[in-house]
Design a protein around this ligand. Structure first.
Ligand code: FAD
Ligand code: UDP
Length: 370
């Protein structure tokens, strides 16, 4: 008999398991239907010995010192600032769009002030910014929107940017300086020995039992636990009784090349051509030295594992109805990207998991260290 069942060994499930085991001293059973821990952050050496991320590139970045402090209990770090180039009109140009992007694309020689004035001439005023199209055309105008965002977004989501909430493309800023980093967060670093190793240390606790290759579906009718933390898709938990929440999937093609380097930066995006959205070369991220190199192509797909919640008002409305059902479930807590239907980065999921643990602890009262 366990005090807790935790469904999912990704960031949400593993952080909450570690907190309950350490702070409350209760016995936790963690299950995952995959044959490994770390959820979508899972990394491992491929057949050639190059470290790859099975579910696409995971780059850690955050502004939260508290999140870094927490994760540092389980890993050392390697500094890494991600850079991305986009293949546009046959050129490899910095994305997020910056001063060099527009100067090289249009053969101009603007300075920052010049770019700000130029943006004023191309941006399209939008009365109320609601969609992912609105955000971009109102900032950089239609031509840059079509070249950098329209095709990529249609591929990635199977939807036009005008059908997606503004929050999706608002993830990508526009800069009038020459900063070509993908992120500007205070902390940008990768777990030195990989994500999987970090999760191994997080789950290595005498109060935690781990069972892999086990689906909640197959256990739930014979419970031998007290309470549940569920981090899988929320609609699946309720047997899709209100209908399916859309999740976008990807097919990953992992390729090892018999050359030391494949591309100049960690990721190259393909907004205008190709069926894949981007190619990532891991050695840039991991700092590994190896005579060969491994890359991943991401092909968006409507079917397959759920990776991305799809931010649109009607989906949010359906999620809210599931959330109301979740609130009625006694002794079940829902956390993570799939169970709370949030397009969250890893640091946001860790923050949400830590606050879910605080709510659990407050609700159940007192620490019962055993
Ligand atoms: P998950 O990692 O999805 O873990 C949920 C786990 O639950 C899974 O392992 C699943 O198998 C298991 N599960 C589900 N249902 C059941 C069930 N019924 N029974 C048993 N087990 C079950 N974030 C960043 O910060 N930086 C990035 O660069 C970045 N890149 C990304 C790239 C891609 C392609 C994707 C898809 C995501 C990326 N993310 C990135 C987001 C990051 O993956 C998530 O924020 C994080 O992994 C979410 O953790 P989670 O625990 O909520 O979910
Ligand atoms: N995006 C785009 N062109 C790009 C990069 C991003 O249109 O070159 C849009 C696209 O809709 C994408 C979103 O911005 O899904 C968020 O990009 P991000 O790189 O954050 O996506 P993730 O890494 O989460 O897949």
């Amino acid at each position: 008999m366990h005090d807790w069942l935790i469904v999912g060994a990704g960031f949400a499930g593993s952080v909450i398991a570690e907190r309950i085991a350490t702070e409350r001293g209760e016995k936790v059973l963690v299950i995952d239907r995959r044959d490994h821990i770390a959820g979508n952050a899972y990394d491992h050496p491929d057949a050639a010995g190059v470290m790859i991320h099975r579910y696409g590139p995971h780059i850690f970045h955050t502004n939260s010192a508290a999140i870094v402090e927490y994760l540092s209990r389980f890993t050392e770090w390697r500094p890494y600032e991600h850079r991305v180039l986009a293949m546009v009109d046959g050129m490899l140009l910095p994305i997020p769009i910056n001063l060099d992007t527009v100067n090289r694309l249009y053969g101009m020689d603007l300075d920052s002030e010049g770019m700000e004035k130029w943006l004023e001439t191309v941006r399209e005023p939008v009365a109320k910014i609601e969609t992912s199209e609105d955000v971009v055309v109102s900032t950089v105008g239609r031509d840059l929107y079509e070249k950098f965002f329209k095709g990529y977004t249609r591929k990635q989501w199977g939807l036009d940017p005008s059908e997606l909430a503004k929050s999706v493309t608002a993830r990508i800023p526009t800069r009038t300086n020459r900063d070509d980093r993908y992120f500007t967060d205070t902390y940008q670093q990768m777990p030195r020995d990989g994500y999987t190793r970090m999760f191994e240390r997080m789950l290595d606790h005498p109060n935690i039992e781990l069972r892999l290759g086990v689906d909640y579906r197959d256990l739930k009718d014979t419970p031998d636990w007290g309470r549940v933390v569920y981090t899988g898709p929320i609609d699946e938990y309720f047997d899709f009784r209100l209908g399916r929440l859309p999740y976008r999937s990807l097919r990953f093609e992992h390729v090892t090349r018999d050359e030391e380097w494949a591309q100049p930066v960690g990721t190259v995006n393909y907004p205008q051509t190709e069926e894949f959205t981007r190619i990532t070369e891991y050695k840039h991220l991991t700092g590994q030295s190896h005579p060969k190199t491994s890359v991943t192509y991401e092909y968006p797909s409507a079917t397959g594992d759920p990776y991305y919640p799809v931010p649109r008002p009607e989906n949010e409305a359906l999620f809210k109805r599931y959330e109301a059902l979740a609130a009625e479930e006694p002794d079940v807590w829902f956390a993570g990207r799939l169970a709370t239907y949030r397009y969250y980065n890893m640091d946001q999921v860790v923050a949400q998991a830590l606050s879910t643990f605080s709510r659990i602890d407050a609700r159940l009262g007192g620490v019962s260290r055993r």
